[in-house]
Design a protein around this ligand. Structure first.
Ligand code: 5GP
Length: 177
């Protein structure tokens, strides 16, 4: 059992499982985006480890940019969507791959997709490390899913609980007491 602030967690997805799946997704991207000069848009903060590990395993010419959005407080998703910060480079005509940590209700990704599509990229795909299918409120297209998970709060590998727990190599899941 691992304590983070007032909550208890247990290991859910090991570091080895994450690394193996990240390599598989990167291989798919290497094949699909060869010769397309893709632009990765990493959504901070929770995705920073996923972005880095995907990027280390992509071996075709490509760029990466970082965007920031915050739609989450405490352990439940809120309807409050703040501004998408950092889209200051032109993405018109580019092949864009959005890198997300987790898709829960779909609200955040829906907002990001609408903002990105408004800038007329050549194509947009989404890769998310984690996906909670049973939490979906707004269905969004997701092209690469690391792991489908149950509708329970997780942290680690970049994901936090009120700022803590990001520095775990594995994904941990909340244990009900
Ligand atoms: P959505 O808008 O899809 O409901 O929520 C997406 C965002 O909520 C994610 O980018 C992430 O910041 C946060 N989130 C959703 N579920 C979890 C979870 O289980 N753990 C953590 N740490 N963040 C989550």
């Amino acid at each position: 059992m691992i304590q983070v602030l007032d909550l208890k967690f247990k290991e859910y997805i090991t570091a080895e499982q994450i690394q193996a799946r990240v390599r598989e997704i990167a291989e798919e991207l290497n094949t699909k985006y060869s010769g397309k000069n893709p632009l990765f848009l990493g959504i901070l903060n929770g995705s920073f480890m996923f972005i880095a590990d995907i990027f280390k395993n992509v071996n075709i010419p490509c760029e990466v940019s970082f965007l920031k959005i915050n739609s989450y407080q405490d352990t439940s998703s809120t309807e409050k969507i703040k501004e998408l910060i950092g889209l200051n480079q032109s993405i018109e005509g580019r092949h864009v791959i959005i890198l997300e940590d987790i898709v829960d209700t779909g609200r955040t990704l829906d907002y990001i997709l609408r903002t990105v599509l408004a800038q007329k990229p050549a194509s947009v795909e989404v890769a998310t490390l984690l996906y909670k299918p049973s939490a979906t409120i707004i269905p969004v297209p997701i092209h690469y899913v690391g792991f489908e998970i149950e509708n329970q709060f997780v942290l680690g590998y970049g994901l936090d609980y009120n700022g803590y727990g990001r520095n775990s190599n594995s994904i941990l899941i909340k244990v009900d007491e």
